[in-house]
Design a protein around this ligand. Sequence first.
Ligand SMILES: O=C(O)CCC(=O)C(=O)O
Ligand SMILES: [Fe+2]
Length: 168
Amino acid sequence: MKRIHVKEIDETKESLLMGSKRINLNYYPICPNPELTVGVGRHSDVSTLTILLQDDIGGLYVRGNNGSWVHVPPVSGSLVINVGDALQIMSNGRYKSIEHRVIASGSKNRISVPIFVNPRPCDMIGPFSEVLAGGEKALYKQVLYSDYVKHFFRKAHDGKNTIEFAKI
Ligand SMILES: O=C(O)CCC(=O)C(=O)O
Ligand SMILES: [Fe+2]
């Protein structure tokens, strides 16, 4: 947490960073024409961090710096860690949530298990005071985390647009 000037994770910070967790079990059946369908549309997670276990099929892509899609090949025994929107907001943009999508396989079923580590629904999230202490301008306002999540689920996946909801 050095990069965001947080020296101690007290109870408040613990709640904001990891006060609630959600685990999903995703099953992507074989798709005869993967190019004609969407596995999971492009989005960034609303979490602080996502810890993702994927099987050996592949199909997860992240958005690279130049806008291209980069495949995240499964590595046996490894976990994928993705930064989510809540950490982008609380770090005032120092950490950027990653846009990603999933393309189903034409020949095999795929399973993935993401653990979303989140603030609690009742937490107000915004840039940490430690980050703004030096006079830095806040890029995001304080939002109720449950409102942020509701906003995400109210609409179709639309890349990194969800975070506009918290922008000043
Ligand atoms: O299946 C995957 O690899 C990722 C799924 C995902 O992005 C999500 O559940 O938010
Ligand atoms: Fe995701």
